[in-house]
Design a protein around this ligand. Structure first.
Ligand code: 5GP
Length: 204
């Protein structure tokens, strides 16, 4: 059994990352999206255990103490973390896993698991980024202003990533990310395992 591949997807908020990851999850076979734990309050429409596991600061600290996290970071005064359990089992079962995490988490995971593949998504412009944050209508103006400033700081970290995608046309961005995933599924290492029967048939 070959190990699954770990894909990290990061973007400033408003770049469309969550919608892209949702589309990838529903249109790509055998792709697991890791669900993070967060101390952030639930937004309208979010579902416990689907978007995040929403926990208290005390719960989060307890998990930190028992080293439950592969990585964690503080983003906009809230804590977010990926549990080891949410990735290890799937990778060991040969399934590919997506982590939708910020640049700090991405840099940490790349250090711990250098074989992971990090993808950064850019918005097509600052104006579009602002429009998307406003259209979401879920955050206060103060939060949006802060997120705009942070977005620029976040985008400066793109050199830590292996692939860069611009989410101008949603469908194109989706296909581009899917092709990155497919490339890793077609490597000799993976295919040798998947095509065992065919290889025996063709070569003996
Ligand atoms: P939001 O509050 O908008 O859902 O997420 C804020 C930021 O936290 C996003 O950049 C998101 O990717 C990041 N994030 C979500 N889960 C995790 C996690 O488990 N670890 C890290 N490092 N960042 C995360």
């Amino acid at each position: 059994m070959t190990q699954g591949k770990l894909f990290i997807i990061s973007a400033p908020s408003g770049a469309g990352k969550t919608s892209l990851v949702k589309q990838l999850a529903t249109h790509t076979q055998d792709l697991i999206v890791s669900i993070s734990h967060t101390t952030r309050p639930m937004r309208p429409g979010e579902v416990e255990g689907q978007d995040y596991f929403f926990v208290t600061h005390d719960d989060f600290s307890a998990m930190l103490k028992r080293q439950a996290f592969l990585e964690y970071a503080e983003v906009y005064d809230n804590f977010y973390g990926t549990t080891l359990q949410s990735v290890e089992t799937s990778l060991n079962n040969g399934q590919d896993v997506i982590l939708e995490i910020d640049w700090q988490g991405a840099e940490l995971v790349k250090k711990i698991l250098p074989d992971s593949v990090a993808i950064f998504i850019f918005p097509p412009s600052i104006a579009v980024l602002q429009e998307r944050l406003l259209a979401r209508g879920q955050d206060s103006t103060a939060v949006i202003t802060r997120r705009m400033q942070n977005a620029i700081a976040e985008m400066r970290h793109y050199p830590s990533f292996d692939y860069l995608i611009v989410n101008d046309d949603f469908q194109r961005a989706f296909l581009e990310i899917q092709s990155i995933i497919n490339v890793y599924r077609l490597t000799r290492e993976r295919q040798q395992h998947n095509l065992q029967a065919l290889l025996v048939n063709l070569l003996t």
